[in-house]
Structures are given as C-alpha cells and as structure tokens.
Design a protein around this ligand. Structure first.
Ligand SMILES: Nc1ncnc2c1ncn2[C@@H]1O[C@H](COP(=O)(O)OP(=O)(O)OP(=O)(O)O)[C@@H](O)[C@H]1O
Ligand SMILES: [Mg+2]
Length: 350
C-alpha cells in the first residue's frame, strides 16, 4: 500500500493519544457536509510517545464507535506524525514523475537515516528551476505504519490511505479558509502529547515540524502542584472545580504552561525564519484540544508578536442542526483538524 493512495468514499480516522476521532463528509458540489462524527477518549498509557502500547483497547474502542455511529463505510484514511515521519525538501535533477518514482529511493538515500527496506516513501514535486526539481520527500517507518494499519484492520476497517497529520491539517485549512497567494500561515495543532506545525504558502507546505508538547503538560502541572489525580487535573484544566479546588488555583498554572508552549512554538518558528530570512509569517492559526486552554492564544500572540487566530475545522462545513447538537459540535470542533483533513482525502489526491 502506498502512502496517500486510496479509494473514493472514505472516513477520516484520527487516532490521537487522548482520543479517537472519526469524521465522515459528503461532497455537495458547493463544498462539504458533515455526515457523521464521533469522538471517544482513550485511557492514558494506550499511546505513549506516539507508540501504540495497547492495540486491543484501540480496536475495541473503534469497534464500539462504529457500532454507535452506525458507520457503514469500511475504507478509512489514517495518519501518522512525530519521530517516525521525516518530511524534507530535496533538490534532484529534472525528470518526470514516473522517473522519480523509480529513482526516489536512490535520491532519498543520503537524507534518510533509516534503511530503505524499513521505510515507505512518497514525494510531492514542488517546482523546477534551472533543470533542478524541488521535491518534498515524505518518509515513514514501515513498522509504525504496520502497527497502525493492523489495529485499524482488527476493528474491521480498511486503512486505504496513510497520510501525515501536518498535511491533513493543511487540507483541512485550505478547505475552510481562503488564502491569498502572498499569505504565509503557520498552522499549529496543539494535541495532547504532540504539537504539529505546518507553515503553508500558496497551497504548498514550506516547513513542517512536530514537537513533543501539548495539553498533557497542563494536566501534569496541575496534578503535581495541586496534588490531585490525573483525571481530576483534566477536569480542573477544562474549568470544572474539584472539591475545594477551582479556577483561582488553576489559572496561574495554565498561564505558566501557556508561556512554555508559546516558547516552544517560537523556537520552531525561529528555526524556520533563520533558514528563510526573506519569508514573513503573516499569521499563526491554532487548533487542537490543547489550544482550548484560554490563555494559550494570548501567550502565543505575545511571544511571537504576530496575529494569532483560532481555526475552526468545521468553518465551511455544513451540518444538520437536528442531527448534531450544536454545542457539542462547537466543543469538539477544534480537535477535528486532522480528522476533517483525512475525510477530504480521495484517490491519488495529494
Ligand atoms: N475544554 C478544554 N480545555 C482545555 N484543554 C482541553 C479541553 N478539551 C480538550 N482539552 C485537551 O486537549 C487535548 C486533546 O486534544 P487533541 O484531541 O487535539 O489531542 P490528540 O489528538 O488526542 O493528541 P495527540 O495528537 O497529541 O496524540 C488533551 O490534552 C485535552 O485535555
Ligand atoms: Mg492529534
């Protein structure tokens, strides 16, 4: 199975470390309509550092979700992120797409620290100047893909597309928002354990990076400083009191961790700026459950000194308000960035 390959009707399946999301969309001619959506929490320790520790829990949860959501489609698009993915811009001699397909292993060899037999590769041709092609190389470790596809198959689904979180986000963003050609947008998806960054310009990804920070940092800090359990810390983080403890104790902690998060994001954007001094980032667009902590947006804006906005992954996607509870949809929408992007994927569409 090739990366990005795929069939026509499929659901987006985002297996995050804190929850599984399923999104099914229908093309309406004018855009997209939400057909089905589900989100189910995963217990802590099921996915740790991007690695699946308990495949059984994931496929059981998936099977439950499919039953409850009455999902009929079997084909799904899934995605990978983190250490197991390498995305790199390389320059090669000009050649046709078919030629590059045959030669990609050879061309990529010097950039990939893994054995060619251990990885799946794909590429996107970005452009050609002076006989040289600029190519975005995507490399994913086979064992990570196998682990993921096995857990999905065990739940009775066919994983027909394996995408990358950062690209799914880009797809989601470009479907929902109009970008001017000169806009440079830093998409930042703050998950529970990973934050995906993808800087895009004119429909092309010019920088990607995944950093190991996210909503878990808030929970862990609350847990430690207020001497509560992990679940209680999660509850406090989301604004509900636990016993005597409430927002007065929690907010200062959220403020400090938001600062740290802003600093981490800044470090990545500084790295981008140092290698692209002539490109100015126009705005930062945040999504992901971790960005639901209210102090995050302000902290990131203050750190970076550029405009920061929240992205709504369902901004341009219609849904039936009789079928879906609007307040539930609004609550979970920030976490659907990857799932929506995956649900938009079609055959051989990159
Ligand atoms: N209302 C809220 N306030 C604060 N944090 C929230 C809220 N809702 C969810 N979160 C946090 O968002 C995180 C989950 O976000 P998301 O679903 O984007 O992550 P994930 O995809 O499961 O994780 P990852 O991609 O890192 O593996 C958790 O840390 C969760 O506690
Ligand atoms: Mg995620």
């Amino acid at each position: 199975m090739a990366l990005f390959g795929g069939s026509k009707v499929l659901a987006g399946l985002d297996i995050g470390s804190s929850s599984i999301k399923i999104v099914q969309l229908k093309e309406t001619g004018k855009g997209y309509r939400l057909l089905n959506m589900g989100i189910r929490p995963l217990p802590q320790e099921v996915i740790v550092d991007g690695a699946i520790m308990d495949a059984g829990v994931i496929s059981d949860t998936l099977r439950d979700m499919l039953r409850e959501m009455k999902i009929k489609v079997k084909d799904v698009a899934v995605s990978v992120s983190g250490h197991s993915v390498i995305i790199k811009k390389i320059r090669v001699q000009e050649m046709t797409e078919e030629e590059l397909e045959r030669n990609i292993q050879f061309e990529a060899e010097q950039y990939v620290p893994f054995d060619a037999a251990d990885v799946n590769m794909d590429f996107i041709i970005l452009g050609t100047t002076d006989g040289k092609m600029e190519v975005l190389l995507v490399v994913v470790k086979k064992d990570v893909i196998n682990e993921l596809t096995t857990v999905v198959s065990d739940a009775g689904l066919n994983p027909v597309v394996v995408d990358v979180d950062a690209f799914a986000l880009q797809n989601m963003y470009e479907t929902n928002y109009v970008m001017n050609p000169e806009d440079v947008v830093a998409l930042v998806n703050v998950g529970a354990s990973t934050t995906n960054i993808n800087i895009i310009r004119d429909g092309v990804s010019i920088f990607t990076r995944d950093i190991s920070v996210g909503g878990n940092q808030f929970t862990e800090a609350i847990q430690k400083q207020l001497q509560v359990s992990y679940d209680e810390a999660e509850q406090l983080k989301k604004g509900s009191p636990v016993g005597e403890k409430g927002p007065e104790e929690v907010q200062p902690i959220l403020g400090v961790i938001s600062e740290n998060l802003g600093q981490e994001i800044q470090r990545s954007l500084d790295f981008f700026n140092s290698s692209n001094p002539d490109i100015q980032i126009s705005r930062v667009s945040l999504c992901g459950g971790g960005a639901k902590v209210p102090s995050v947006i302000r902290a990131v804006e203050q750190r970076l000194g550029i405009q920061v906005e929240m992205v709504n992954p369902l901004e341009a996607i219609a849904y039936n308000r009789k079928k879906f509870d609007t307040s539930l949809i609004e609550d979970v929408a920030p976490m659907l960035g990857v799932g929506v992007g995956l649900a938009i994927r079609k055959a051989h569409d990159r």
